[in-house]
Design a protein around this ligand. Structure first.
Ligand code: BTN
Length: 250
């Protein structure tokens, strides 16, 4: 299958012209015990985003869900999500798009009109025991060769930024970077350095909606395995999960 897709990557490829969600199919394969596979589709009819949102996935995007089996505890999974965002950002920069990352894993592009728009997102799903992940699916969605008006407001595409790209090469770049960052020999803490380099969130005023309320302040750092450290009026708070908004200076 990898050859059929023409991808030379450390994963086998299961390619679909159209599918509901590559994450759903990847989860199925993971449950069946399939290893080192990435499910790829041209179009998704039921793409899923974070926080139970829909994810528009018209033909022409890079919709891909690698299955990983890291021999690590579930608590470390957030670092894999950050790594996926870093990998996408690297691939975008390779094609001349100055992408940045909004915590935890939204890949943004400044379209030149001062607006930061979303180019890509990651939906991580996993199953594990207390001390070890059994499988991990990193659902990677990049608005690649799609028109901006086929996407929700606030989203942009590689097409809008630099024109169409070779999606095989683009995906290969992502997967190679992901493998470098998270493969068995990788130092997972180094992911944070790469993330900091690309972050648009650090140093900004943010408002993070967390399951335990809103945290507002200045984003000062990211901490293993992926928490955002926010300087608030009551001191520093480490936020583990939530929806982050960059607040404009007024
Ligand atoms: C987000 O909300 O930012 C995450 C979006 C993740 C979308 C990708 S596209 C490939 C994979 N399959 C899905 O259904 N979702 C993810």
């Amino acid at each position: 299958a990898a050859l059929a897709f023409g991808l030379d990557a450390p994963y086998d490829v299961e390619y679909h012209d159209r599918i509901g969600s590559t994450n759903d199919r990847a989860r199925e394969l993971a449950e069946e015990g399939v290893d080192d596979v990435v499910v790829v589709a041209d179009e998704q009819t039921g793409g899923r985003g974070r926080l139970d949102r829909e994810w528009a996935a018209p033909a022409g995007g890079v919709w891909a869900s690698p299955v990983l089996r890291p021999e690590r505890p579930p608590a470390e999974v957030p670092i894999y999500t950050l790594a996926a965002a870093v990998a996408v950002t690297r691939a975008a920069r390779e094609v001349g798009v100055e992408a940045t990352i909004k915590w935890p894993n939204d890949v943004l592009v400044n379209d030149g009109d001062g607006e930061e728009r979303k180019l890509a997102g990651i939906l991580t799903e996993m199953e594990g025991e207390a001390d070890r992940v059994s499988w991990l699916v990193l659902g990677i969605g990049v608005n690649a060769n799609v028109d901006r008006d086929a996407l929700p407001p606030g989203a942009t595409s590689l097409r809008a930024a630099v024109g169409d790209v070779d999606r095989r090469r683009f995906l290969q770049g992502i997967l190679e970077a992901l493998y470098d960052l998270t493969g068995a020999d990788a130092d997972l803490r180094a992911v944070l350095d790469a993330w900091r380099e690309y972050a648009s969130t650090l140093g900004r005023q943010v408002r993070v909606e967390t399951p335990r309320g809103t945290v507002a302040g200045r984003a000062v750092d990211v901490r293993f395995p992926g928490s955002l450290v926010v300087g608030t009026d009551d001191g520093e708070r480490a936020v583990h999960a939530g929806d982050c908004e960059h607040v404009r200076p007024t």
